[in-house]
Design a protein around this ligand. Sequence first.
Ligand code: 5GP
Length: 186
Amino acid sequence: MTNQIQIADKTFELFLENHTISKRTRLIGIQLNIDYEDKCPIFIGVLNGSFLFMADLLKEVEIPCEIGFIRVSSYDGAESSGKIKETFGLPDHLHNRDVIIVEDIVDTGFTLNYVINEVKKQKPASVKVCSLLFKPAALKAPIEELEYTGFEIANEFVVGYGLDYDGLGRNLKDIYREKTVPADLG
Ligand code: 5GP
């Protein structure tokens, strides 16, 4: 584990260590086991960012469940365009099912709102969202389905544990945040 890393033109500093993420994930898993007792939910991970969180979270889930992944076309670089074009791989048997969408991060909420709408077209019994990270200050419209959140963070750019910067950094065990240069030095 290093305290500072460089990815392309950006410097990042250690923010959330893996053991902190694991502890929070365990607690969310326990809550899911209670909330979905006697149900058989379908977890849908939004790729690519959710792959590590999804794997670790589902190891804590002990109720019967189905697991799937979808992809949505996303934006490049560090800024959200809010333009979501398409969803790939959405299961087509969501009618009357309890769906839990698993995200790495909710920023503006555009991605999630799009996915929630696509899921709701199939008239599921319920739809909830579980996101590892949530940036409340960046959210453009409230998402009432956002039930499970790992960490609320400030409006800053993060990488690691599934999250990338220009395709790199997804494999990092810990989460790092972009190091900002103080204004008087910048
Ligand atoms: P939203 O549609 O909520 O603005 O953005 C959701 C997606 O944007 C996430 O799934 C993620 O891919 C990307 N994203 C948003 N904020 C960050 C961030 O701080 N770091 C990284 N690496 N990706 C982010």
